[in-house]
Write a protein that binds this ligand. Structure first.
Ligand SMILES: [Fe+2]
Length: 235
């Protein structure tokens, strides 16, 4: 049921938030999808909504930003989802803290079985109109590849070290517990910012930009002024 910006349950289409790192008309479109949290009883809905968001946003690549799956029983659903998305655009994926709990190797296998690329510790090159978009994962060794450099991460804490590492764009999610937003002061969202220092949507440092997604799903399906979302980045 809806009450203005209040969302209870998962019966809402995902919001597609757009972030423009480049203003060029032929920018590469990267769709960042984080915190899907596949679990029993909700995987079908979440997979369908992610697929719909990909169809609507028509990306050049889909970046899965971790916390993909919460339960071992849902690994086949992850494989199916990656397979379906991969038929539309290449899928690059990393793991998050929930994936680590479940077993990073199992999640990586589920992704690669669906035809996705596991980039948690490596760099993927997305070729786009003569440019190389280099997408690194959180554990990728330092490199200076690509015309555009993107870090696909999960925990925004990585901004502390990555802000000076020469990335054009750093992507993170990991909203955990901050899905009720009463107000915004400067760029911080409250009350979440009282106990979670990375409770904001975007930051800049020199030519580097951090974008934090509000994510696809949470443990508790209730949100206020904090839409479930995917982020379409123009780079
Ligand atoms: Fe997380």
């Amino acid at each position: 049921m809806a009450a203005g910006p209040l969302q209870i349950g998962l019966n809402y289409a995902l919001h597609i938030r757009e972030e423009r790192v480049s203003s060029r008309s032929d920018a590469c479109r990267l769709l960042y999808v984080s915190d899907i949290h596949l679990r029993k009883g909700r995987a079908d809905t979440l997979c369908r909504q992610v697929l719909e968001s990909v169809i609507r946003s028509n990306p050049d690549a889909v970046l899965l930003g971790g916390d993909l799956v919460d339960q071992r029983s849902e690994l086949p659903n992850l494989t199916r989802m990656v397979g379906t998305l991969n038929a539309i655009a290449p899928v690059l994926a990393i793991g998050g803290n929930h994936d680590r709990q479940l077993g990073m190797d199992s999640v990586r296998e589920a992704v690669t079985r669906g035809g996705g690329h596991w980039i948690h510790d490596r760099v993927a090159r997305v070729m786009h109109r003569g440019r190389v978009i280099a997408v690194s994962g959180p554990d990728t060794p330092p490199n200076d590849e690509g015309h555009v450099r993107v870090l696909c991460a999960h925990n925004p804490r990585i901004w502390k070290t990555s802000r000076h590492a020469g990335f054009d764009l750093v992507l993170a999610g990991h909203l955990h517990g901050c899905q009720l937003v009463a107000c915004q002061y400067r760029d911080r969202l409250f009350p979440g910012a009282l106990f979670y220092p990375y409770c904001f949507l975007s930051r800049r440092s020199g030519s580097s930009r951090l974008v934090v997604s509000r994510g696809v799903s949470d443990l508790l399906a209730i949100r206020w002024r904090c839409p479930r979302e995917v982020v379409l980045c123009h780079v």
